[in-house]
Design a protein around this ligand. Structure first.
Ligand code: FES
Length: 70
């Protein structure tokens, strides 16, 4: 089994590779039963927490310069 990887796509979602289980704030679990998933970071997906491609329609621009600052 490989390690999970999270990669920020330019002006797009967080692309996650590896087996994973998402748990929301209420404790609801969503098992991702495929080797990858794309998580919305633009906030506009109609299928949260997953990306539905809306970021490209709205012209989302990620401020990745802030991503790695504490
Ligand atoms: S990042 Fe793709 S819909 Fe939000």
């Amino acid at each position: 089994m490989s390690e999970p990887i999270i990669e920020a796509k330019k002006d797009g979602p967080y692309f996650i590779k590896g087996p994973l289980k998402l748990i929301d704030a209420s404790g609801k679990e969503t098992v991702i039963d495929r080797p990858w998933a794309a998580l919305c970071r633009c906030g506009q997906s109609q299928n949260k927490p997953l990306c539905d491609g809306t970021h490209s329609k709205i012209g989302f621009k990620a401020d990745d310069a802030k991503l790695y600052k504490p």
